[in-house]
Design a protein around this ligand. Sequence first.
Ligand SMILES: CC(C)(COP(=O)(O)OP(=O)(O)OC[C@H]1O[C@@H](n2cnc3c(N)ncnc32)[C@H](O)[C@@H]1OP(=O)(O)O)[C@@H](O)C(=O)NCCC(=O)NCCS
Length: 144
Amino acid sequence: MEIKLRPYQLSDVDDFMEWVCDDQVIRTSRLRYYTSREEALDYLREVAIPHPWYRAICLEDRPIGFICVKPGSDYEICRGQISYALGSKYWNKGITTEAVKLVISSVFEEFPNMERLEGFANVEIKASQRVLEKAGFQKEEPYG
Ligand SMILES: CC(C)(COP(=O)(O)OP(=O)(O)OC[C@H]1O[C@@H](n2cnc3c(N)ncnc32)[C@H](O)[C@@H]1OP(=O)(O)O)[C@@H](O)C(=O)NCCC(=O)NCCS
């Protein structure tokens, strides 16, 4: 199963809605629920497409989730934050772990100021913790 990462396009809206309106995904993530195609199109147009690094996780060129890296700014320019979600029918096949590894293989070249990539996993979402662990992230206790 080959997965690829690419930017979202407005024409992806129907595939985007399929995973973003997936109750199991919404329940365990901080994503909001989209009630209409227009709202989803607005999100793609205003947030996902202009974002510095927001990619569709694609299977046979069809988006089945997202992965994004938010680069830090100002005094946090050396750190980036990764987040992701995948449609529930594709869970537990290693897809997100593979996507995270693909990101790691290129993101430090794309953002030369970035020295550290961080992932925040909700303690209750074991699958997300496991993804970070399998992709080689080191666990740190929360600071603050
Ligand atoms: C978290 C998420 C992205 C994982 O994607 P995925 O493609 O299924 O991840 P992978 O298949 O690469 O790895 C999942 C791992 O978690 C494990 N896992 C799944 N559910 C688990 C649970 N309840 N307890 C412990 N481990 C669990 C799987 O067994 C697998 O580990 P393994 O390969 O050692 O068996 C996906 O579940 C998702 O989109 N969830 C909703 C959004 C979300 O939670 N995003 C992260 C916000 S913190």
